[in-house]
Design a protein around this ligand. Structure first.
Ligand code: F6P
Length: 546
């Protein structure tokens, strides 16, 4: 344990300078191939088990010395104290004066967790409503249109897609988020008011996109002969008054200590509960809670969110890697990269510390990705041979669940496809690490090479630098519980890097300026008035109106 006072920022920790020296002396030259050749126990040493998630960190540019210093950094920065403060409900979101208690939403009943009574009451009423909708013979509902954006969309949309295998036949979920009417219009084309339920999801109930879509949906409902708006429109919001003013009589409320991007565990998860049912929703919460417990109790050395968060600091602040790619090898996790973009970039895309001082180091990387294997045929070229090193996070699922309708020969074929999927996942992390030397490339025949290029030139095009880092996370199956654990792992990992950077991971002032300017520009799109605008904005506005 360090005896020095807690550093509010990582660069104020004694370990920061030690890490800089370590990077210069060893870290920047670290070679994964040599590390594996030198240590037969590397895989065993760098694999970790957390609830529902197995992690292989061995293909990262780290060794015991690096991790020891990163752990010292974490301790110097009082990571455990900061974690405990969050979990204890201290108002760590300073700029908004709020606690950050999404973990309380997934805690089991009756265990003395904060706000347990309120949370359980809210959960029970939301789940009871979800079950009543799922009872389609009584509810008459065949389609649920969920209208929300950002944290009020990405989590529910991602989870419902991921847990498709758990959804009910005859009840379709649709997600509309964009203010662009091309999102809403096609969804409504084939729906009927009598069999449609709209869920208007907005924590603030002031979000332009959501209110615009809700208004248009209401207009469609009435024009298409719908009656009983009170039965066909419900809201999930912490602003029940605004939802009421909109004409919604049933609102499932929640609290300001639930951040938008951390809200899928709250009533914002209503479409998830409608899609997968109460029991599965509770399993999603239980998986996340198990990960919370791991985060709260496991020593930092074996604590997966902590290890991943420290790796993020190592790559971002010492190696200078500016992005991280996420490659889930499961089609159901196709929206996970988009979800993680908000989670990580809205949380940690900050430029000042808690005291408002400009940071002298980088924070959130760009997070991006696509489900494998599709990404391989799009941007993996750059990951393998491009000039930037981009750590990749592979997510593999051991056992598939293609659905009960998949039987006989098709079942065997899809199982074979699953083996192909896993082989691709392993091959990509192997290729990134291994690379291909100039000599190896030279030995290969190059049938497509132009006669004008000599063999050495062609070999240079065909060689790979290798030593490109990756992490592989493995789930046994994609279930509500394992998905809950995976999402909570990411949430807590984002907390770890944010805590060390000394930033407020729980506000998002960076989205406000654009909103305000949009409000000022909107009337000009009707009037055409460009007075006082900069040249580009004025020119574009005229061009759009011409
Ligand atoms: O984009 C900013 C933001 O405030 C997100 O943080 C939030 O998830 C989203 O807008 C939607 O907000 P609301 O749920 O209040 O409509």
């Amino acid at each position: 344990m360090s005896s020095s006072p807690v550093a509010s920022r990582c660069d104020q920790s004694p370990a920061w300078g030690l890490l800089q020296a370590h990077f210069q002396s060893a870290g920047r030259r670290f070679d994964l191939r040599q590390a594996f050749a030198a240590d037969a126990g590397r895989y065993a040493a760098w694999t970790l088990t957390a609830p529902e998630v197995f992690a292989d960190l061995s293909k990262n540019r780290i060794d015991a010395d690096t991790m020891a210093l990163l752990l010292q950094l974490a301790r110097d920065c009082g990571l455990e104290g900061k974690r405990d403060a969050m979990l204890a409900g201290e108002p760590i979101n300073l700029t908004e004066g709020r606690a950050v208690l999404h973990s309380a939403l997934r805690a089991p009943a009756g265990k003395g967790f904060l706000f347990s009574d309120e949370v359980q009451a809210s959960l029970s009423s939301m789940l009871a409503f979800a079950e009543s909708v799922r009872d389609t013979s009584k509810s008459g509902i065949t389609d649920v249109v969920h209208i929300g954006i950002g944290g009020s969309d990405l989590g529910p949309a991602m989870v419902v897609r991921a847990l498709q295998a758990y959804t009910q036949h005859g009840l379709k979920l649709h997600f509309v988020s964009n203010v662009d009417g091309h999102d809403l219009a096609p969804v409504l084309r084939d729906l009927k008011p009598a069999t449609t339920l709209f869920v208007i999801a907005s924590k603030t109930f002031t979000t332009q996109e959501t209110l615009a879509n809700a208004l248009a949906a209401k207009a469609w409902f009435v024009a298409a002969g719908g009656s009983d708006i009170a039965r066909h429109f419900v809201a999930t919001s912490s602003n029940t008054a605004a939802a009421g003013a909109f004409g919604i009589t049933t609102t499932f409320g929640f609290w300001d200590w639930v951040g938008g991007r951390y809200s899928l565990w709250s009533v914002i998860g209503l479409p998830i509960a409608i899609a997968i049912g109460a029991e599965n929703f509770r399993a999603l919460l239980a998986g996340a809670h198990a990960m919370d417990q791991h985060f709260a109790r496991t020593p930092l050395e074996r604590n997966l969110p902590v290890q991943l968060g420290l790796l993020d600091i190592w790559y971002r602040n010492f190696h200078g890697f500016s992005s991280r790619s996420v490659a889930p090898y499961h089609q159901g996790l196709g929206r996970l990269p988009a979800y993680l973009q908000q989670l990580e970039m809205e949380s940690n895309g900050k430029g000042v510390d808690l005291e408002g001082q400009t940071l002298p180091y980088a924070t959130s990387p760009v997070v991006w990705g696509e489900a494998g294997t599709n990404g391989q045929h799009a941007y993996f070229q750059m990951l393998h041979q491009g000039t930037d090193v981009i750590p990749v996070e592979f997510i593999a699922v051991k056992t598939p669940n293609h659905g009960e309708h998949v039987q006989g020969e098709m079942k065997a074929l899809l199982l074979d496809q699953h083996r192909k999927l896993l082989a691709n996942c392993l091959a990509q992390s192997q290729a990134l690490m291994q690379g291909k030397s100039f000599e190896e490339a030279l030995q290969e025949s190059a049938p497509t090479a132009s006669k004008e290029l000599d063999a050495a030139t062609v070999a240079r095009h065909r060689s790979f630098p290798g030593n490109r880092p990756s992490t592989t996370l493995v789930l046994d199956r994609l279930t509500p519980s394992s998905l809950g654990a995976l999402i909570a792992l990411y949430e807590q990992r984002v907390f770890v890097s944010g805590a060390l950077w000394g930033i407020n991971s729980f506000d998002q002032w960076g989205v406000e300026l654009g909103k305000a300017l949009c409000g000022q520009l909107l009337p000009r799109l009707s009037s055409g008035d460009t007075t006082g605008l900069d040249g580009s904005t004025a020119g574009l506005l005229k061009h759009l109106l011409a």
